[in-house]
Structures are given as C-alpha cells and as structure tokens.
Design a protein around this ligand. Structure first.
Ligand SMILES: [Zn+2]
Length: 138
C-alpha cells in the first residue's frame, strides 16, 4: 500500500497534497523547508564571481515555477527562462541579480519579433520574490 504520509518522522500533517523532493514524499510544509534549505546552501556556497552552478540556477527557476508569484505590472518569467536563458548572474546584498533574454511574439502575426529583449531581475533571498529592474533591446 502506498504511504500517504510525509517522510519526516513525527510529522502530524494531514496534508494529502504530498510532493516529491529528490524522490522522497513530503507534506507541503516539509517540502518547502527542504527546498529552501537546499537553495540557501547553494547560495552560501556560491562566491558570486563566476556563473552559479546549474543546480542553483535550476532551483531559482523551479521556485518561481512552483509558486504562484505575483508579478503585477512586471514582464512575465518562466522557470526555463531563469534556468536556461539567464546570464550576468551577480550576488548582491539583497540577493541575486540576473538578466534574461526573451523574444516577444508579434500578437498580430503570431511569430517572434526579430529583436531580443534583455530583462534584468532581482531574486530577493529574504522575501523570496522576483523584481523586474530594467529592460534593453538588441
Ligand atoms: Zn511533514
């Protein structure tokens, strides 16, 4: 019979929306705890002078993708854009700054414009929010 409970001993959570973290089943609270702990350990280990390890970029993208983060009045973002297309990674006192590349679609014609839009974002490590900082075209 399938185990319907969180894998943390003594967890009394009756959450049936269990989630897998590295192949192990957890309640939402313990899932988030594991996820944030790994994210923070990669952040601490990264010295900020070279490109971050793929796992850190993946986690920053995955956090965005898994949480319904309000980006009211800001451009859209996806986990794959953060993980695979972001560059210029920089560690600051507030968190991590990165730049994404997007190819906007012409709404009338239905295909991408021949311009690249470079958008710079801050991932705030205290509030776990994403803030759009600036945009430039190439
Ligand atoms: Zn639990």
């Amino acid at each position: 019979m399938e185990n319907k409970f969180c894998n943390i001993p003594d967890c009394n959570d009756q959450d049936f929306s269990l989630r897998l973290y590295n192949g192990v089943q957890f309640c939402t609270a313990h899932y988030n705890e594991k996820f944030i702990a790994e994210l923070m350990s990669h952040l601490e280990a990264w010295d900020g002078t070279i490109e971050p390890p793929d796992r850190l970029k993946y986690l920053i993208g995955r956090y965005y993708g898994e949480n319904e983060i309000a980006l009211i009045g800001q451009p859209s973002l996806t986990k794959d854009i953060v993980h695979r297309r972001a560059y210029n990674w920089l560690k600051t006192k507030d968190g991590i700054v990165f730049t994404t590349v997007r190819y906007p679609v012409d709404k009338k014609k239905g295909y991408p414009f021949c311009v690249e839009v470079h958008q710079t974002w801050l991932f705030n490590i205290r509030t776990l929010t994403y803030t759009f900082l600036s945009e430039g075209k190439k």
